[in-house]
Design a protein around this ligand. Sequence first.
Ligand SMILES: [Zn+2]
Length: 216
Amino acid sequence: MTDWLARLAAECRATGNAELLADLDALAYQLVETTDDAVGHALVAARLDAVRSELARRERLHAAVPTLSDPRAPRYEQWRDLARQVRERHAGILDLLDGSYGPFRRRGSDEYHGPCPHCGGSDRFIVWPGPTGRFWCRRCGCRGDVIDAYRLVRPTADFHAAVAELAADVGLPAPEAEAKRPPAAAPATDRLVLTSFGGVPIGPTAAPASESETRP
Ligand SMILES: [Zn+2]
């Protein structure tokens, strides 16, 4: 767990200001979404803590050395706001994931089940489509929104490229200068997937008995 937290902190240190700010919104949403899932909730809370700590560290650095970038500068907030609008307006999360990892099959009125891009299977990965669409894997616990889905499907796209592309889909212009930045070093697929939390396994042994798929 300590090791996971250290890797989480390192991951945040390697993340750009705009993406960290956007993560505040995405994780705040996930925190509400996971109120009935103690392990998932704790994982999201830990990630949110790490993002807040890293932003606070950068704010202190900027205060001490003003030539260092201010993580709360308007140019970063602009991207955060665009990411927020993309999440609210873009309705293509299911098409994105189905095109690369499908087939996804409809279950009930508003969810689709299919293989997990991280841990495979056939129906453990759940997608709730539409604007504010999201995904979650019952086995490895990965979760995310349309921006995360885009970066799963196109691992070389960094945060800015993903948001700019999705924004264009819904007719929103991206801030010019940032959109031309080269891709970040760490692709989204390197995001940490935890197998246990506080001694509670959330890996393969933690899958609900109701899962109908058969594993080799
Ligand atoms: Zn998974």
